[in-house]
Design a protein around this ligand. Structure first.
Ligand SMILES: NC(=O)C1=CN([C@@H]2O[C@H](COP(=O)(O)OP(=O)(O)OC[C@H]3O[C@@H](n4cnc5c(N)ncnc54)[C@H](O)[C@@H]3O)[C@@H](O)[C@H]2O)[C@@H](O)CC1
Ligand SMILES: [K+]
Length: 502
């Protein structure tokens, strides 16, 4: 649950643990380590192989057999180093060169020769499956991936994905694009990825976490200046380890803001109720709901702490907004004339807002830009907002979240595995919490309420979005301890309360 990653080097500066890079940035770091720090390329490769082999030993200590798949570049070179170390450790090793060793160059050729000189053998065929091995090392493609995977490479990746044993990817699962977190055609599904020199941002969003499994970082003994030499292109959000600040003893409800949830068209009152309850559970002082008249009484009955108002006209909404400090607009809002008028009235106020669900679908029809709001689309809504397909959004989520923020202002949250948050500094932050159990109705409404509740308590827009995404995912992770299947959005309420009080 959440995104697991660990750091393998004592020397690794903690401040870098959150920085994420693109392939070209890590290539620049490699060059810096070689040219400026003076660590030879083959030395880096040997350290990479050693770090990966140490991870095999640590994780699967009883394994006696290891197979390595080697591509024609330096990723393959790393795999030859792992194979040599495994051979020298007395393991039963099989090496499958997917690119003929005669074509190897530079450090990868040296690593191959070292393996052969140590008595290692290579096989001249690629099996239909890799059964018989306990550990399979994926050294097919690393950061050099530059095109759709097809032909033999794709066949081999499919065979790896049929393998039932342990799969370790070197640097990045082959086929996964380091910059985007999407597979270029087909990608290796690994249980463990040992990644070198800099954390690749594609490991942490979209399909990345699914393909990468647990991520272990190895700095290969390179000093921090190597990472200082390039700017990160995204950052991981810190884990949710502490609750919100303790309340002063003299506090009263007016100190913690007043969230007004606008939504709940006929038949959708539950969405508004969940957003409202989430705002309450993270500590907002007062919560009101502006909804269809038909829903107001029943909502009042089921959660009497919420103030529920039937609202049919913008004027009625304006009277409620005059008492609110934050608006959460969209949950169950629908796209009727009623919805459009209420959204227009919200847009006319200067109050900070969170916009989700149908507010975003209406916004796609009538785009507006605003400084003081958080928009929280899932990939489908993001696609409508940017007038592209959801496939295109998922192909490069980092690019999409930046465009959402540019076009609509404020802070953009792109939901989905590895949710992204992009604020005024333009640097996407990546959530490390959440699980697939959260792919169920109402979870987005809860997130909207969480962010609105944090805004109401004084967080600035960006902090509310970033903290809110981590908190929401952490609550989902806690709730999913009883099982991901069947997890309901309402199950997050108790964990939310516990987590803000940690
Ligand atoms: N000194 C360095 O630069 C270091 C590099 N390291 C390793 O080297 C890797 C990068 O090595 P390379 O730059 O040689 O690149 P790769 O080994 O990732 O790729 C090698 C080759 O694959 C080809 N290729 C790209 N996409 C393909 C596709 N879809 N189908 C078939 N072939 C494709 C490319 O043309 C390239 O020649 C890193 O991921 C890392 O594993 C590590 O050894 C650490 C040090
Ligand atoms: K790989």
């Amino acid at each position: 649950m959440g995104t697991a990653y660990r750091v393998m080097s004592e020397r690794y500066s903690r401040s870098f643990q959150k920085d994420l890079y693109r392939a070209e940035d890590v290539r620049a770091m490699d060059r810096y380590a070689i040219d400026t720090v003076g660590i030879a390329g083959i030395e880096l490769m040997r350290r990479a192989g050693a770090a990966a082999f140490a991870a095999v030993r640590e994780r699967w200590s009883g394994a006696r057999t290891l197979s390595a798949i080697c591509g024609g570049g330096n990723n393959g070179g790393d795999a030859y180093v792992v194979a040599r170390l495994a051979h020298e450790a007395g393991m039963d090793v099989r090496v499958y060169p997917v690119s003929p060793p005669a074509n190897l160059k530079g450090d990868a050729l040296t690593a191959y020769r070292d393996y052969r000189a140590a008595g290692g053998e290579i096989l001249d065929f690629i099996p239909a499956d890799f059964e018989g091995a306990e550990v399979l090392v994926d050294g097919l493609l690393g950061t050099g991936l530059d095109r759709e995977v097809g032909g033999l490479y794709a066949d081999v990746i499919r065979a790896v994905n049929r393998f039932s044993g342990h799969v370790m990817a070197l640097d990045i699962p082959s086929g996964l694009h380091a910059d985007t977190g999407s597979a270029l055609g087909v990608a290796v599904r690994a249980g463990l990825t040992v990644t070198f020199i800099g954390l690749k941002r594609g490991l942490f969003t979209g399909e990345g976490p699914e393909y990468a499994g647990e991520v272990v970082f190895a700095d290969l003994g390179t000093p921090p200046e190597v990472r200082y030499s390039v700017e990160p292109s995204a950052m991981l959000l810190p884990p949710w380890e502490r609750g919100l600040p303790v309340r002063p003893r003299y506090a009263h409800k007016g100190h913690f803001g007043h969230v007004l949830v606008v939504g709940g068209d006929c038949g959708y009152s539950g969405a508004a109720r969940m957003a409202a309850e989430a705002a309450a559970r993270v500590g907002a002082g007062l919560i009101s709901i502006a909804t269809r008249k038909a829903h107001a009484d029943s909502l009042n009955l089921t959660r009497p702490e919420l103030m529920c108002h039937g609202v049919e006209t913008p004027e009625e909404l304006r009277r409620l907004m005059a008492r609110a400090t934050v608006i959460a607009v969209g949950p169950g809002l629908g796209r009727s004339e009623w919805a459009k008028k209420l959204l227009d009235a919200v847009m006319d106020t200067g109050l900070p807002a969170v916009a989700d669900a149908d507010a975003l679908n209406l916004l796609a029809e009538n785009p507006r830009i605003r400084d003081n709001w958080v928009i929280t689309p899932h990939p489908g809504e993001a696609a409508r907002l940017l007038a592209v397909s959801s496939g295109e959004i998922q192909k490069d989520r980092f690019d999409a979240v930046r465009k959402l923020r540019e076009r609509f202002g404020g802070v953009a949250v792109l939901k989905g595995s590895g949710s992204l948050v992009c604020g005024p500094d333009g640097l996407p932050r990546v959530s490390t919490t959440g699980n697939p159990g959260m792919a169920s109705g109402g979870m987005g409404d809860v997130l909207t309420g969480v962010i609105a509740g944090l805004l109401a308590q004084g967080s600035d827009l960006f902090a509310a979005a970033a903290l809110g995404v981590q908190l929401h995912g952490a609550a989902g992770d806690e709730a999913a301890k009883a099982g991901e299947r069947g997890l309901l959005a309402g199950d997050l309420m108790d964990p939310l309360r516990r987590l803000v009080n940690l």
